[in-house]
Design a protein around this ligand. Structure first.
Ligand code: COA
Length: 432
């Protein structure tokens, strides 16, 4: 017997059987519940989607209570230990890890698309020297749409596949150019003899030497950080990607919109905020006073708390291990000590225990990025590079899902009932 939810409407005393599938009821099944023929029917009210599934997805699994994260069934810990980012990107997009042949072919395809049009470079040169790199990233990815008008044909699998390759190939180049721009340094063209993270480091830091010497420890650390950030099911940015993509907007504009969502301090912008917070705290002795300030609601402990994780974010654990490897090369970031003390104090405090607030992915990532030489303004851009893969995987899934339509929530209208415009309040002046 299939499971059903029995509902009795106390307004009419009528009963309804609503099917339960995969632990959900369909909101549209509630529409039949009416008080009379003129009644629109019952809706659900769920601001910020606290308890609403908006899609079926086979990409990423999270169990927030247990602190579990898997891509296509593989635990994040194993992917971070045994795979590189491009293979994980393949996994997210195609559902399986690539064979050695598929992996080699995939790398060639992605590296084929790392260059950007010279006019796009000129477009980036137009930004102010102090422009925030995330604003540059969002705008430049959107501008790519004007270079590839065929990308509008989102129902073509061949077009989707080409634009996906272009985006994965080009986002590191755009990110690196944004960085060089902020330093007033000439842009460095991609070097396709290097690995994906190695080439990115070269585009960031190459000076006058003919060939940039990639530090393998830093390149691997960046690769692991890319793996950890690649997808995270229906977060704010991904939901934006799906909402914008549902209008059949091209993938460049959709990724730009998703990146704009990521830029917010409650989302991917949190890593930058963590560093500002650690600067504000300044010394170990100020930690208890800062935690008190958080508890009285004067500010938030940035890098703590998550909508889904009510346990330690598994990505934060891996980042802590990666930090040790990076610090062995760069020297320890003095902010690490403050962050660890902050974590210790918070995790033993009733306020954080009661609310199940644990460090999230952004708590330690900024400390590593800073040790590697990045200014805090670049942190969210470093998040956006790998997340582009997740956005594209989710977008491909959306476009091929026959159940999906243009995303369009309902509202509860709380404004005025109809009323006439009063003549004396009218401001329209006669035009001769
Ligand atoms: N510092 C202090 N208190 C926090 C907190 C934080 N970082 N995050 C949540 N809380 C508190 C809330 O004030 C609320 O307390 P209350 O019940 O007394 O009102 C409670 O914990 C539940 O939080 P809520 O805001 O309902 O959770 P949410 O799911 O809507 O928000 C975040 C999730 C991520 C937006 C939120 O935890 C946050 O702002 N964290 C800091 C920003 C951050 O690190 N973002 C990156 C996420 S990967």
């Amino acid at each position: 017997m299939s499971a059903k939810l029995q509902i009795t409407d106390s307004r009419t005393n009528k009963s309804y059987d609503v099917p339960i599938t995969d632990g959900t009821v369909r909101a549209m099944d509630l529409r039949q519940i009416k008080t009379g023929p003129d009644d629109f029917g019952l809706m659900t009210y769920d601001p910020a989607f606290l308890n609403t599934a908006s899609c079926r997805s086979a990409i990423t699994f999270i169990d927030g209570d247990k602190g579990i994260l898997r891509y296509r069934g593989y635990p994040i810990e194993q992917l971070a230990e045994h795979c590189d980012f491009l293979d994980v990107a393949y996994l997210l997009l195609f559902g399986e890890l690539p064979s050695p042949e598929q992996s080699a072919e995939w790398r060639v395809k992605v590296t084929h698309h790392t260059m950007i049009h010279e006019n796009l470079k000129k477009f980036m040169e137009g930004f102010r020297p102090d422009a925030h790199p995330m604003g540059m990233f969002v705008s430049t990815v959107a501008a790519l749409s004007t270079f590839y008008p065929e990308a509008r044909n989102v129902s073509s699998a061949a077009v989707r596949s080409l634009e996906t390759l272009r985006l994965i190939g080009k986002v590191p180049t755009i990110a690196a150019y944004a960085y060089r721009h902020s330093l007033g340094l000439p842009y460095v063209y991609p070097n396709n003899n290097l690995t994906y993270p190695g080439n990115f480091l070269s585009m960031l830091w190459k000076m006058t030497e003919p060939q940039y010497e990639v530090n393998p420890v830093l390149a691997r650390a960046l690769d692991v950080l890319f793996i950890l950030h690649a997808d995270h099911e229906q977060n704010c940015g991904t939901n934006t990607m799906r909402a914008v993509g549902s209008a059949h907007t091209d993938p460049y504009l959709s990724v730009a919109a998703a990146a704009a969502a990521l830029a917010g301090p409650l989302h991917g912008g949190a890593n930058e905020e963590v560093l500002k917070m650690l600067d504000e705290i300044g010394t170990l002795s100020n930690v208890p006073a800062f935690v008190e300030k958080v508890k009285t609601g004067k500010c938030k402990l940035m890098g703590f708390g998550h909508r889904v994780y009510k346990n330690y974010d598994p990505r934060a654990k891996i980042i802590k291990q990666t930090a040790d490897q990076v610090f062995a090369v760069t020297g320890v970031n003095p902010k690490l000590e403050i962050a660890m003390e902050l974590e210790r104090v918070a995790l033993s405090d009733e306020y954080f225990i009661q609310r199940k607030l644990y460090p999230n992915v952004d708590f330690y990532s900024g400390i590593i990025y800073q040790a590697m030489g990045f200014a805090p303004e670049m942190f969210t851009v470093l998040f956006a590079i790998p997340r582009t893969v997740g956005w594209l995987a989710q977008w491909q899934e959306l476009v091929q899902d026959p159940e999906q339509k243009i995303a369009r929530p309902r509202q509860i209208y709380t404004g005025h009932d109809e009323r006439p415009v009063q003549q004396e309040a009218a401001t329209l002046t006669a035009v001769s």
